[in-house]
Design a protein. Structure first.
Length: 236
């Protein structure tokens, strides 16, 4: 199996809260968040990993190298300009063609059961499966609404108050058919803002796996503080 881990973000909302490290290299529970994601992949039987980079890319490449020290094989891309969560996949098209693959957001921490996505995928004729976790405040997240069988019927990015009753938030973990490349244009595009809404509009089925697994996001100084509250670690 293969996975792309997205690691190009600048962490703009954390400006001043970090030293000279890219956001996925924030240390949590003794190691960088990106390493936790690599471990999650390896422990799920995924050995081929692709990582997109941009901000302070040399820090990531220097730490992980070719991945052999972490039990995986890593290939990198360097984005001179940010390509977005979906556009980033274009640099790996040739490697990801022909079989399903995972996408993970490299600046989130979770121990999501990746096999639950593959199992759900193979139950349906669909283009992909999105992992969701429960969050009380959904105002800064992508939120899903579902049919009884788990098919996603609506995807709302950063919903306004009262626009949805759902508290199921995109966990930044996807299992996708390579057919998805037919819907990803060249250049910059985002799964939550561009690709998922397009798929739903065109009636292309996407399914969900909802879990109460804890997910730690590090998007803002408040979330960074909350993530480390009670954790036996520092951010460096």
């Amino acid at each position: 199996m293969k996975a792309i881990i997205l690691a190009a973000g600048k962490g703009e909302r954390l400006r001043g809260a970090l030293d000279n490290i890219p956001k996925p290299m924030i240390r949590y529970r003794g190691k960088p968040i990106l390493q936790h994601n690599i471990d999650l992949c390896r422990n799920s039987g995924i050995r081929e990993i692709f990582i997109n980079t941009h901000h302070l890319h040399e820090v990531i490449r220097s730490y992980f190298g070719d991945g052999s020290a972490f039990g995986v094989n890593i290939r990198y891309s360097l984005e001179e300009e940010m390509l977005g969560t979906a556009g980033a996949l274009n640099n790996f098209r040739d490697y990801l063609a022909g079989e399903e693959f995972f996408v993970l957001y490299g600046d989130n921490f979770s121990n999501f059961d990746l096999s639950s996505l593959t199992e759900e995928f193979h139950k349906h004729d669909c283009i992909g499966v999105i992992a969701f976790h429960h969050r009380d405040d959904v105002s800064q997240s992508g939120v899903g609404e579902f049919a009884p069988d788990g098919r996603i019927v609506r995807f709302i990015e950063k919903p306004k108050s009262g626009s949805t009753d759902s508290h199921w938030v995109n966990a930044g973990i996807y299992y996708l058919s390579p057919v998805v490349f037919e819907y990803i244009p060249l250049g910059n595009s985002d799964f939550g803002k561009d690709i998922f809404p397009r798929l739903l509009k065109e009636g292309i089925p996407i399914y969900s796996v909802c879990s109460d697994v804890s997910l730690k996001a590090f998007d803002t100084p408040v979330l960074l503080r909350d993530a480390f509250r009670g954790a036996d670690d520092s951010r460096r």
